[in-house]
Design a protein around this ligand. Structure first.
Ligand code: ADP
Length: 462
């Protein structure tokens, strides 16, 4: 972030300063060339009528040439048509010498030339001296004029210095601002990161309260919601583990009490042994049932999208279940009634759905009154099939209706135990129905009976 600030802030200023300096230099040089041009034209005009180029001594013109060379802090050399040097303000050459340079030759062709030597700080202008007689132009000489550009360079240097100072100041300013701003922006993020780290280390009581800009507050809110959800899951997990331990311990405690009391009685009769051993076997069976139910639940949780779906005749499925359960119903003197409103074919996991519906019907039988009934009915529309399991049983109090689907919840522990219940049946049923993208509803009144309505899509929705 710091880097971005600096790049965005400093680079444009640098480019801008460079463009400005280059512009100034171009303008100043072209101005200087223009002034030199004017001077050479003026000198040529003064020279031509005097015969100066034919080596006639004209001291006023010498003086003028020297003055101009002085003003431009440079050198002026005048050459005539024989390439003889007529005047050299540096006094290095006299009229016995010749000046033969590319620029001078060019000027005898009527072309002037401009050279800017930046390294050595000078400009060189070579201009032809043209004589016009009755529309005929002839080049009769050349003026080579040098001018120092040190004045321009020194202005440029000082401008450059100022630009550097300005850029540096801005850079420092942006740097300070960037440090302040980026730390302000990242501080809340750092505290979220710290909280996540603490959470990763296993500390669950974490909650962040960050006041900052809108987005960061959103992150903080989402984070807290996630923590709440994790805490809930953790609580449920702990509760489940403690319930499981408790449930698994109960039969074992009973077994131990039964075994201990036999050991304590030294001459216990064989009948007592037999009686206690029957009890112990029952407890072992119970333990076994709890473990089996738990395993089914865990398997359902683990393989949530591992349903073995096929197209099944639901009428047949229900008839099979009722047939299987009829001995238990007979034993409890309960009448099993089945009514189907139409033939139903649906895509379901046969084994799992069979377990889910069996649990409901078994409960109807278990929590019934003497000579009661359980009615199972099947109906369907174009999207769903509906299984209704009603009984004439003891019913479920209203405040318990939300809880009966929880693992290990039982309204009447003693009765559930008597009938071999584990408190896991409805949790398994609900799980299976949800895996089929279905729903289960309960209608019940204590003392009057219970109805479970199950709705499942005819076509499996993955
Ligand atoms: P359980 O193994 O105890 O039957 P379930 O999860 O199947 O466990 O049911 C939970 C509790 O809901 C039962 O203990 C019982 O108190 C109550 N319950 C379930 N079905 C019925 C019903 N048809 N009539 C009355 N109570 C019921």
């Amino acid at each position: 972030m710091l880097l971005t600030f600096i790049i965005i802030g400093v680079i444009p200023i640098n480019i801008f300063a460079n463009i400005l300096l280059d512009n100034y230099e171009d303008k100043a040089i072209s101005n200087k060339f223009n002034q030199m041009q004017e001077q050479t034209i003026m000198l040529a005009n003064q020279m031509l009528p005097t015969g100066y180029l034919t080596l006639v001594e004209v001291p006023e013109i010498d003086a003028e040439i020297n003055r101009i060379a002085e003003v431009f802090k440079g050198r002026i050399v005048i050459v005539n048509s024989n390439l003889n040097i007529v005047e050299d303000t540096y006094g290095l050459y006299d009229s016995n010498k010749y000046l033969v340079s590319k620029e001078v030759i060019q000027s005898f062709n009527g072309n002037s030339s401009k050279i800017y030597d930046k390294e050595n700080n000078y400009l060189k202008l070579t201009n032809p001296i043209t004589l016009t007689i009755e529309d005929n132009k002839a080049v009769v000489g050349a003026i080579v004029m040098n001018s120092s550009t040190k004045d321009i360079q020194s202005v440029l240097d000082s401008m450059e210095q100022r630009a550097i100072i300005f850029t540096l100041t801005i850079t420092i300013f942006i740097f300070v601002f960037a440090i302040y701003f980026s730390s302000r922006l990242t501080r809340p993020l750092t505290s979220v990161v710290n909280s996540i780290d603490r959470l990763t280390e296993g500390y669950m009581g974490e909650e962040v309260s960050i006041k900052g800009y809108y987005e960061i507050e959103k992150i903080s809110d989402s984070f807290n919601q996630m923590i709440l959800r994790m805490q809930k899951i953790e609580n449920t997990r702990q509760e489940f583990v403690s319930n499981v331990s408790h449930e698994l311990k109960t039969p074992i405690t009973s077994i131990k009490v039964l075994a201990d009391s036999l050991i304590m009685q030294e001459d216990a009769p064989v009948e007592l042994y037999r009686e206690f051993l029957v009890d112990i076997t029952e407890e072992i069976e119970r333990e076994n049932k709890i473990i089996n139910d738990l395993l089914s639940l865990v398997k359902l949780d683990k393989t949530a999208d591992d349903l073995n779906i096929s197209s099944i005749n639901i009428n047949d499925l229900l008839e099979q279940i009722l047939k299987r359960l009829s001995p238990i119903a007979k034993k409890n003197n309960i009448e099993l009634i089945y009514e189907s409103f139409r033939p139903v074919m649906a895509e379901v996991d046969e084994v799992k759905l069979s377990l889910a519906i069996s649990n409901l019907i078994e409960n109807g039988i278990k929590y019934n009154t003497l000579d009661g009934w359980v009615r199972v009915s099947l109906n369907a529309d174009h999207k769903y099939f509906f299984v209704k399991v009603s009984d004439s049983g003891i019913g479920i109090p209203e405040d318990a209706q939300d809880l009966i689907f929880e693992r290990f919840y039982r309204v009447d522990k003693a009765r559930s135990r008597e009938t071999g219940g584990t408190g896991l049946g409805l949790a398994i049923t609900k799980n299976i129905i949800q895996m089929h993208r279905g729903a289960i509803r309960i209608y019940s009144k204590a003392g009057e009976g219970t109805t479970f309505n199950v709705r499942i899509p005819l076509n499996y929705i993955a």
